[in-house]
Ligand binder design. Sequence first.
Ligand code: 5RP
Length: 263
Amino acid sequence: MDWGLRNRLSRIIVPDTGRSVMLAVDHGYFLGPTSRLEVPRKTIMPLAPYADSIMLTRGVLRSSIDPSICNSVVLRVSGGTSIVGEDLSNEGIITSVEDALRLNASGIALSIFVGSKHERQTLLALSELVNEGTKHGMPVLAVTAVGKELGKKDSRYMALACRIAAEIGANIVKTYYCDDFDKVVESCPVPIVVAGGTKVSEKDALELTYNSIKSGAAGVDMGRNIWQSDHPIPMIKAVRKIVHEDAKPKEAYELFKKLAKEK
Ligand code: 5RP
């Protein structure tokens, strides 16, 4: 692995702990103005100082994020579909590696849809991105999409999708927590970060964070369970406590409640 790629990776996964709290705010790329992310700047800027990395599209980066923020950025570069369109799996690459370099991204991300009609198309897009990324020292994060039409959200399916992403050359894999998650992590030779999924209680989201880390994940790439909380800053701080300080969920939840009250 060359120096540039390793340097960029270390801006996503913090070398001190080998872990990462990524803030996912890319939802608009197919969902439009998602609840509590209607005005991207308002949601993202106050949270940015607490995230190791922010995952978003180039449009939101350019329009809504101050270039002076010191966090690293992972650019979502796949898209071309919408929630009202016909098939969410029919994605392609929408942003070039050159543009990602110009925007000083530390990584680029795309979704793969294993088990869907467009499985081959999305896996070949991943391979193209890895080929291009490698040329420029740009790490690639593969998101294993989930959905009704795809395989069951169980460890066999997740392990299959994560392993394929790693075999094609993804440097980091983003996936969803499931039972026997340690088996998913074990059989994936690159770091895994866990998505938060749909909004649940803060207590449950912290439990999910803890279980993911305990199973060997390198961190979270969490969106809705942070910024759809009534107390997003206390929530991201509580998530950090687990990811970077190995706190138990109870301790992190106590911290969340204390900070939420102070506010
Ligand atoms: C979809 C995505 C999302 O846009 C997002 O990053 C997921 O984050 P969360 O589930 O924590 O809201 O990657 O595949």
